[in-house]
Design a protein around this ligand. Structure first.
Ligand SMILES: *Cc1c(COP(=O)(O)O)cnc(C)c1O
Length: 303
């Protein structure tokens, strides 16, 4: 079973916050579990329960070569005594990167496919072919977003979060944002910072909320100005900011998701986006496992 560690909330202290009269606290989901980190813990929780209920012994999912979801899935399967299969976009040579070597160490079988094949990941004949190869499995979509994931991410917020005026999260597929949106209160604003670039993100989120019949009580808003050019794209100022954040607050961030959100929140604070007396709750969705691979690939130091 997946059992969570207590999740600390860390209040930040800085002269900019005092000057702008806003409060900022970080929910450290990165500490929820040693191996199944961040929002992926919550996204996988009910998927694993469902798989067990159905008597499945193998989990299968999709991801890129540095995927937080793939590594979390491999660890969750290991902890739960299940088998796991990762269908990975890219070359077999990425097997030795820190993410995939750890996934393999967790017992995951890796299966590499070309970009063209990977695009077929939701097609039924592609899935059937995988079943022919691997036998029966419980399928979890890329990024882990489905109704079970949304059920799990709802549990990130509870009554302790009532005092906050704004709740902020990073967005990939939007599953976490959808889960959080079910819990925000009438007077709260949920802010989502997409880590990807594209006009379709808004529609996809809207579609997700509709298909899950979610009608948030509070407001929600996507802030698309901080994707740094797209998924896994970055600029030196982002890296500088992540280093600064670590020195200042002793909180590690990642350049794919949490760093972009934190950069955005800080920039918005400086630009007076948040009215005085705002109380911001920033959700640290984890993703730190990817930092080793990022540092290896780019030579950029993050801490
Ligand atoms: C997967 C991930 C996200 C995106 O979550 P979605 O539910 O897909 O929007 C955000 N932050 C981190 C660190 C992640 O690993």
């Amino acid at each position: 079973m997946l059992s969570p560690n207590p999740i600390p909330t860390q209040t930040l202290h800085h002269s900019v916050l005092t000057e702008k009269k806003v409060k900022l606290a970080v929910l450290r989901l990165d500490l929820v579990h040693e191996e199944v980190s961040g929002n992926k813990f919550f996204k996988l929780k009910y998927n694993l329960e469902e798989a067990k209920k159905l008597g499945k012994t193998t989990l299968l999912s999709f991801g890129g070569a540095f995927s937080n979801h793939i590594l979390a899935l491999s660890a969750a399967a290991k902890v739960s005594g299940m088998k796991s299969i990762g269908i990975i976009r890219g070359e077999e040579s990425s097997k030795t990167n820190p993410t995939l070597s750890q996934a393999e160490e967790n017992g995951m079988s890796l299966h590499f496919v070309s970009r063209e094949e990977y695009r077929r990941k939701t097609e039924s004949d592609f899935i059937l072919a995988l079943e022919k190869t691997y036998g029966d499995f419980f399928l979890i979509p890329e990024g882990g977003t489905n109704a079970f994931a949304i059920q799990g991410t709802q549990e990130i917020l509870d009554e302790r979060h009532a005092p906050f005026s704004h709740v902020a999260t990073s967005i990939g597929t939007g599953g976490t944002f959808a889960g959080l949106s079910t819990r925000i209160l009438k007077n709260q604003i949920l802010l989502g910072f997409p880590a990807l670039k594209g006009p379709w993100i808004k529609e996809e989120i809207q579609h997700l909320l509709e298909s899950e019949s979610i009608q948030p009580k509070g407001q929600y808003k996507l802030i698309e100005d901080y994707n740094f050019g797209g998924y896994a794209k970055w600029k030196p100022e982002l890296i500088e900011y992540i280093r600064w954040f670590w020195r200042e607050f002793n909180i590690p961030l990642d350049p794919i998701y949490t760093g972009k959100m934190a950069f955005g929140i800080w920039d918005l604070i400086k630009r007076d986006f948040f009215p005085p007396d705002s109380n911001i709750f920033m959700i640290h969705t984890g993703g730190l496992q990817g930092n080793a691979g990022f540092i290896e690939q780019t030579g950029q130091k993050l801490y």
